[in-house]
Design a protein around this ligand. Structure first.
Ligand code: NAX
Length: 328
């Protein structure tokens, strides 16, 4: 039988993890044949709650779980990890400005990057879900100089899924027939959900929708501000949809994106599409065996070029701010 894959999850006692962990042990991360050792990281005051989560994992009696390790030390949690899902982060508190938020998260993601560098398996793959996800990824990657930069990706899959869901509602075409959407840039209000190259029920998406006013003034803001709308409605931020997207991102990275389609991931820019090198940027990618390729040769409208420029500007400002703080 297969050796267990060591999967580290941070923020193990949090809301997203409470959905994510049960997807993992049901086989939605690596398939129903691959056993996993869970390595759960929390802060010290949450260790008791984490033990409760582990008790519930035990009580699922999943044949895929080979072992559960719990720790409040990243050097322990990431030891030998093949996959690291960095979910735990510091939310924006009352009166915190952007710089405070970036500093608080730097204090989490810099040491976690270092611990991954020093202790994770040679084949490690890292996905950052905790916000601000793109820049947290940049920080972690910077502190892991011995790990290839391409191993660090950030979550844009939720934005990708939100794009598909809105298009399906608008056109009445089932989600399974909507392909090749992309969400460029930051996981924030400046993101650019792009249907220029998409197809809906086999037709070009722009033709299937045929409503430029809706695309610019309803569709894009609805997708980009969906997180806020969920908080407004539910009184809590997206949890299960974020867990679903986190599992899908890593599943597709390891086991391959679907034939004839692509996925959106936050990846280290290699300069493609004029995105400054080194930014963690949402881009359409095809994936296979733990590796991704950025889809090349896509066209942008003038509107799209302006949207791309705006999200680049925001991520460059975040990079400048964390540089200023000495984090990268
Ligand atoms: P919760 O506050 O419920 O859980 C976070 C957990 O992380 C807590 O249990 C906390 O103790 C733990 N934690 C904090 N610092 C830690 C550290 N240094 N090491 C280990 N654990 C630590 O938040 P939840 O709803 O689970 O959301 C987690 C993160 O995902 C947040 O940053 C949130 O903003 C982000 N999201 C990202 C999304 C995306 O698409 N990229 C969408 C959903 C979500 O907003």
């Amino acid at each position: 039988s297969q050796a267990p894959v060591k999967v580290a999850v941070t923020g193990g006692a949090g809301h997203i993890a409470y959905s994510l962990l049960f997807r993992i042990i049901a086989g939605q991360l690596l398939g129903k044949e691959t056993p996993v050792e869970l390595r759960l990281l929390e802060i010290t005051p949450a260790m008791k709650a984490l033990e409760g989560v582990a008790m519930e994992i035990d009580d699922c009696a999943s044949p895929l779980v080979s072992n559960i390790v719990m720790s409040d030390d990243p050097n322990v949690a990431f030891d030998g990890a093949n996959i690291c899902l960095l979910v735990g982060a510091r939310p924006r508190g009352k009166g915190m400005n952007r710089s405070d938020l970036l500093a608080a998260n730097g204090a989490i993601f810099a040491p976690q990057g270092k611990a991954i560098n020093d202790h994770a398996a040679d084949d490690v793959r890292v996905l950052v879900t905790g916000n601000p996800a793109n820049t947290n990824t940049l920080i972690a990657r910077t502190h892991a100089p011995d790990v290839p930069g391409s191993r660090f990706t950030s979550l844009m899959r939720l934005d990708h899924n939100r794009t598909i869901a809105q298009l399906s509602k608008k056109t009445g075409v089932p989600v399974g027939e909507i392909k090749k959407v992309a969400v460029w840039g930051n996981h924030s209000d400046t993101q650019y959900p792009d249907i220029t190259n998409a197809t809906i029920g086999g037709k070009p998406a722009t033709e299937a929708v045929n409503d430029a006013e809706w695309l610019e003034n309803t569709f894009i803001p609805t997708v980009a501000k969906r997180g806020g709308a969920i908080i407004e409605a539910r009184g809590a931020s997206s949890a299960t949809s974020a867990a679903n997207a986190t599992a899908q991102h890593m599943h597709d990275l390891m086991l391959g994106s679907p034939e004839g389609d692509w996925v959106t991931m936050g990846v280290t820019s290699d300069g493609s599409y004029g995105v400054p090198e080194g930014l963690t940027f949402g881009m359409p990618c095809t994936t296979k065996n733990g590796e991704f390729e950025i889809v090349q040769g896509l066209e942008f409208s003038d509107y799209g070029k302006a949207k791309l420029a705006a999200t680049i500007e925001e991520l460059e400002a975040e990079r400048a701010a964390v540089h200023e703080l000495g984090l990268v």
